[in-house]
Design a protein around this ligand. Sequence first.
Ligand SMILES: Nc1nc2c(ncn2[C@@H]2O[C@H](COP(=O)(O)OP(=O)(O)OP(=O)(O)O)[C@@H](O)[C@H]2O)c(=O)[nH]1
Ligand SMILES: [Mg+2]
Length: 366
Amino acid sequence: MGFKCGIIGLPNVGKSSLFNALVGLQKAASENYPFCTIEPNVGKVPIPDNRLLKLSQVNNSKITINAQMEFVDIAGLVKGASKGEGLGNKFLSNIREVDAIAHVVRCFEDKNVSHIHNKIDPEYDVEIIESELLLSDIEKAENIIGKINKLIKSGKNEFIEEKNLFDRVLNDLKSSDTHNLYNYSKEEINTINKNGLLSFKPVMYVANLDENSIKSGNIYNEKLVLLSKEKKIPIVNISAKIEEELSGIKNIEEKKELMKSMDISQSSLDQFISSGFKLLNLVTFFTSGEKETKAWTIKKESFAPDAAGKIHTDFKKGFIAADVISTHKLIELGGEKKAKLSGSIRTEGKDYIVQDGDVILFKFNV
Ligand SMILES: Nc1nc2c(ncn2[C@@H]2O[C@H](COP(=O)(O)OP(=O)(O)OP(=O)(O)O)[C@@H](O)[C@H]2O)c(=O)[nH]1
Ligand SMILES: [Mg+2]
């Protein structure tokens, strides 16, 4: 699992506006016409983490560095995309490259912004996108099974297990019962995703609300909330337009003023980024000292040498041990020096599985 979250949805629903808000500069063209985006825009975004600043303060670090994840603003999908309609298959292949999906759904009324089906209907919109992913996956799964069958015929029986898996996948995709998609083990999902299917990627819904309903919600996002409960898909509310405007203002006072005038107390971007990060199934660990405090991310259930390798390949090659303490404990004890004195830092070896929130000092030979 990597660090890329793709922003997908129907054309003209606010994907590029959201992306611009995330990257804080007007990088992607966001215009009031469908298919404004053609080539995907990619941006690195700092992952908010409440622990980071506290840790940095307690260790008197000179610099504080957030971990980052990538967001990809993908072109709008339309009905028939899996058969090449609209901008078609190319965009499905852009989705293939991401590790998680943020599905933006229009929940705002604005007569000046056209909707590709001329009506605002979140359930229908979601259905269109999800069924395009499903249809594209059916074709893909059939191809995969065809290839595996040839291998098995030529005597490669080690592929039988994979064939059984993709037979099951095809069956579930054809019955469009997305609840079935949860009946797979982690390893199975990995194999499926490695083979380029789209419907099994972790996904969240992003309700793009108008500026007046961001606090109260509206009839459109209520429908999306129901759907998200039914499908067990997380949902976040944002107003892409407000967020885009806010991100363009560098002066904090000016920003506060604008937020006050719109009666909002905080931006929803952090919540959006955190939800995207959650989908990726990663953990955060920290390195922290006087020079800097830095957040790093790594796949859940990774061993200490792999975490060391995130910092430098030499750290992994020459790994000896890891001095570890939880962020929570380190902050409670008042910093690294006090933690050391109290004997609270433990030494772990190469079989140690890195836990979310670990503060680590790696020992290595070069
Ligand atoms: N009123 C209102 N307009 C919005 C909102 N979000 C986006 N828009 C407008 O909708 C239009 C389309 O926004 P984009 O961000 O370009 O949409 P997109 O989904 O990237 O569109 P494509 O790239 O064409 O698929 C722009 O004119 C935006 O200003 C919103 O929350 N409220
Ligand atoms: Mg766009």
